[in-house]
Ligand binder design. Structure first.
Ligand SMILES: [Zn+2]
Ligand SMILES: [Zn+2]
Length: 268
């Protein structure tokens, strides 16, 4: 019934946990999960996991926060994305959050390497016709500008994709929707202080919305602070159902249908 559109099941938190996680998913009616790659060094594990189960899929990409790792080229992303079960490019994007603490006091101007890496992913997505999984934090203006510069206008050669773990404003959501992108909401939606985000989730059209856990991070209430896993994605759906005064089954169906529409290859 439910689909977790973004999780990191190869992270060390889940070592040897797959039988338990899959049992919990089945009990919670979470039928499918997209396993996200954050660096090329982890891709073999992500792809192997997706190849092991008929309801898991994989992405290939390098997260904007990762440094001191192999830098991807368009050619390499295109080549790796041809492996079985790989249906998306990412996660990729820009992250300017807490530059002082997290980026050693470097400036946004110093982040050209992030922007270059993002462009590489966009070009690979356009070549392969696989959608982008976009991570953007404190960097929405540059994220939208680069997508536009690279031809992501919802038409022609555009790859499209999803803004994952959305935490931006309604204006940013509108701009992303206008470029043809989907918006994915995580457990943050259930946090007490996230009223602004709940307002955004009430506004995003149901046919352009996905849900995710971003496991192992961001467990929804009532598991906030614990290790997240895909079996908790119904709590995100439940929150959206309450906001929109709809049955949770309708949210599950819409977001699962959207998952199939966006990541076309999960159907074949
Ligand atoms: Zn992310
Ligand atoms: Zn992620």
């Amino acid at each position: 019934m439910f689909t977790d559109s973004h999780c990191h099941l190869t992270f060390p938190e889940f070592a040897d946990q797959m039988p338990q996680i899959r049992a919990a998913m089945a009990a919670a009616k979470v039928d499918r999960a997209l396993c996200i790659c954050t660096k090329l060094e982890e891709f073999d594990d992500v792809q192997a996991l997706a190849a092991s189960y008929d309801n898991f899929w994989a992405s290939v990409g390098v997260h904007p926060d990762n440094e001191d790792i192999a830098e991807p080229t368009v050619e390499e992303l295109v080549r790796l994305s041809a492996r079985p079960r790989v249906v998306a490019i990412g996660e990729t994007g820009l992250d300017y959050y807490q530059m002082e603490e997290r980026k050693g006091g470097r400036s946004i101007a110093d982040m050209e390497w992030q922007r270059d890496r993002f462009r590489v992913h966009i070009r690979a997505a356009q070549q392969t016709r696989k959608p982008l999984i976009i991570h953007t934090r404190d960097a929405s203006a540059d994220t939208l500008a680069i997508l536009k510069e690279e031809g992501e206008d919802g038409a022609g050669r555009a790859a499209g994709g999803v803004f994952h773990c959305f935490t931006e404003t309604a204006e940013v959501a509108r701009a992303a929707l206008d470029l043809g992108f989907y918006i994915s909401f995580s457990g943050i939606l259930t946090f007490k202080k996230a009223q602004d985000l709940r307002d955004v989730a009430a506004f995003v059209p149901l046919d352009r919305m996905l849900i995710e856990t971003d496991s192992p991070y961001l467990a929804p209430v009532p598991y906030r602070g614990k290790t997240n896993n895909p079996s908790y994605v119904p709590f995100v759906a439940q929150q959206i159902a309450e906001l929109r005064q709809m049955p949770v089954e309708d949210i599950a169906k819409a977001t699962s249908d959207n998952f199939e529409t966006l990541f076309r290859e999960v159907k074949s």
